[in-house]
Design a protein around this ligand. Structure first.
Ligand code: GRF
Length: 201
């Protein structure tokens, strides 16, 4: 599997994916990281791992489609087959989705469909739910929607702050993201094999 990672910030999920690959838990390689924010720490993480990181600053593009076109060009040039959104804080357009149909995965810090969008951890605290968690899903046009691949539950504790809860959710994110990538890739391969055997009959 050739993975292209899209990230806007810290990149701890990116590092967790690299760790899973290094540990032999995920048979894949990250061929490129695209980031949109010049100060994103993910760029340092990529440099330390010897993985090319390309800055595509969204402020340099007039439209979201133009930005996505640039992203697709970078991903293609690194022969990416799965796109992994690991803290990617930009809305995507059909341009990106059509370039990698069913092969873009996102991680979100709630049990979707609860609490999509920004500040999901705060949303969960405000709602007073006793269990929240994280979700890996296939990306569709609407933010934080699309078929769910994997989820992990995290209890909300009585004295929780957003920071404490987020830290516990991240532990689960780091655990399930690589598992979900492997599962999604496996399912896609199975589907491809099935459609092949149908077409030769
Ligand atoms: C994660 O909590 C993820 O769910 C959300 O953005 C955060 C990224 O964290 N989409 P990191 O940059 O991987 O540390």
């Amino acid at each position: 599997l050739r993975l292209g990672v899209l990230a806007s910030g810290n990149g701890s999920n990116f590092s967790a994916i690299l760790a899973a690959i290094a540990a032999g838990q995920l048979r894949a390689e990250v061929t490129v990281v695209v980031y949109n924010n010049p100060t994103a720490k993910v760029a340092e993480r990529a440099a330390a791992a010897g993985i090319p990181a390309v800055l595509l600053d969204h402020r340099a593009y007039e439209t979201r489609v133009a930005m996505d076109q640039a992203i697709v060009a970078v991903l293609r040039s690194h022969r990416v087959d799965w796109v992994i959104m690991a803290g990617w804080m930009r809305r995507v357009t059909q341009r990106l989705i059509d370039a990698f149909p069913q092969k873009i995965l996102n991680i979100h810090p709630s049990l979707l469909p609860s609490f999509p969008g920004l500040a999901a951890v705060e949303q969960a605290l405000t709602a007073g739910v006793k269990i929240t968690g994280c979700t890996v899903h296939v990306v569709e046009l609407e933010v934080d929607s699309g078929p769910i691949i994997m989820q992990a539950a995290v209890p909300v504790l009585p004295d929780d702050s957003a920071e404490k809860l987020q830290a516990r959710i991240q532990i689960q994110e780091h655990r399930i993201f690589s598992l979900a990538i492997a599962l999604a890739a496996q399912q896609a391969q199975k589907l491809a094999q099935q459609s092949e055997s149908i077409s030769i009959r």
